[in-house]
Design a protein around this ligand. Structure first.
Ligand SMILES: [Zn+2]
Ligand SMILES: [Zn+2]
Length: 344
């Protein structure tokens, strides 16, 4: 079988512009494998990189992918051509305080440069370090396995929040992060979850996934005084929109000793109600990337059949040529659920 020499990739060129270009198919280094991409999800981060111009011209996005190994580096042990895999997180340096404390996603040796040079999976093939691989359970399709990464993000938010079964939760923003958090909370035994979201399409989807109620952001009450608690306060609020006003109203919706967990990325800075935090002993925390065993747990949860993957994944997969248009639709909130690109 002759090896494919060139591949197609969606390359970021300038804010709001992607072009489909030919790139050489990369060759794996000694400890790498080459993956033929099956599916790759479109993330809010990808939208920021392309639509808001966070990306470096020439870069390729896409970090939520599944695929099949098509070439294996000379020193790789335990993986062969044909294995179905997802790539998990960078393994970290193993030496720094965070790595030793099992907080690998916060590794202090990680550089911004490495992030800027990321070559992603909005392409037919992608290289990845063998130590990052996770095997896809045989009962799971490559398509469903592609949501392991965003689900691992949601599971990390749940861990960081410390929420317990039976508590009451608010989710602000029902894009994929919010929607996956909702679904994972229900599996976790948190059954009273209210979702706040401006898009009607996404509100309707949140109710089908199992939200107690889906409301418009304007329906959230922000009491003027810091010691006033709203009617029906929340134990935990998961902020998944990245919008400053949503951070403010999520904090205001908490009852005494409640926790706000920040999961949405955005550049706008909210106004911080320090007196509300002080008087009600609130906790504000963030969730960046994954728990140490997050991908294993995510794959197990998907394979368990307890998630409504038919609702969580957008119905129609797209090709690379349709990616830019789809990104515009995602920004407008016209697509509910996780959109998957099938580059091959
Ligand atoms: Zn992502
Ligand atoms: Zn480290």
């Amino acid at each position: 079988m002759s090896r494919q020499a060139a591949m197609r990739a969606a390359v970021y060129r300038e804010p709001g512009r992607l072009t489909i270009e030919e790139r050489p198919v990369p060759r794996p280094g000694p400890r790498e494998v080459l993956i033929r991409i099956s599916h790759c999800g479109v993330c809010g981060t990808d939208l920021h990189f392309v639509m808001d111009g966070w990306g470096r011209p020439g870069s390729i996005g896409g970090h939520e992918y599944s695929g099949v190994i098509s070439a294996v580096g000379s020193d790789v042990v335990g993986w062969v051509v044909g294995d179905a895999v997802v790539a998990g997180q960078d393994v970290g340096c193993g030496q720094c305080r965070q790595c030793r404390n099992h907080r690998v996603s916060l590794c202090e040796a990680q550089s911004d440069a490495a992030m800027a040079e990321y070559v992603g999976a909005f392409a037919e093939f992608k290289l990845v370090g063998a130590e990052q691989l996770h095997r896809i359970p045989s009962e799971l399709s490559l398509r469903e396995a592609a949501i392991a990464e965003p689900l691992a993000v949601s599971l990390h938010g749940i861990t960081q929040s410390g929420i317990r079964p039976g508590q009451r939760a608010l989710i602000t923003g029902a894009g994929p992060v919010g929607m996956f958090t909702l679904a994972a909370l229900l599996v976790h035994g948190v059954e009273d979850v209210v979702v706040s979201e401006p898009s009607e399409v996404r509100r309707a989807l949140a109710e089908r996934v199992g939200a107690t109620r889906a409301i418009a952001p304007d329906d959230l009450v922000v009491p003027p005084l810091p010691f006033t608690i709203v009617d029906e306060p929340y134990d935990v609020a998961f902020e998944c929109s990245g919008k400053a006003v949503a951070v403010e109203s999520a904090l205001a919706g908490l009852g005494k000793t409640g926790t706000l967990c920040l999961m949405g990325t955005g550049a706008e800075r909210p106004r911080f109600d320090a007196m509300r935090v002080l008087m009600n002993e609130l906790v504000v925390t963030g969730a960046y990337a994954y728990d140490e065993n997050g991908f294993v747990r995510a794959l197990e949860m998907i394979a368990s059949g307890r998630l409504p993957t038919d609702l969580l994944i957008a119905e129609n997969d797209i090709g690379l040529d349709d990616l830019l248009h789809a990104m515009q639709q995602l920004v407008a909130g016209e697509i509910g659920g996780k959109l998957l690109v099938a580059p091959n």
